[in-house]
Design a protein around this ligand. Sequence first.
Ligand SMILES: [Zn+2]
Length: 159
Amino acid sequence: MECNRNCKTCASICENSCPICGTKGKKVSSVTVKSLIKGDFLFDENQDIYLCVNKKCSVAYYQENHPKCYYKEEVLVPIWFKEKYNQYMVCYCHQIYLNDIVELVQHIDEPNLTKKDVCKYLNKQHQEDCLHRNPLGTCCDTLFQNAITYAYKQKQEEK
Ligand SMILES: [Zn+2]
């Protein structure tokens, strides 16, 4: 059986899994962590840092075999998938929540809005800086597109 790094009974040392929930994490840049944590940076600079991707776990960032882990409360922005629906931030650079997109699509009579359009209509067109603002340190393009698709689906269902 292939190790999915997600079992509690595994005897081998599972690397990069969350110290609390055991879910395999997603590697993030220390630059991202440094700009988003509330307190001091206590991690080992030479080791990889991971984000716990389990939506039910309150751990945000951790390192393997490091006593310190940062909980989501210690992060300056909501980690959307660990929050309630109204806290689902899609684009951290522009502070756009899923709800903003749903409402925009609801009230606008255009069939194929893009991320660019949404930013324009919401009047949020400043510089993107995902590395410093997004808790995953990556661009939100895919998530944003999914959010738009979701918004149109919602609109369709309400008709
Ligand atoms: Zn976890």
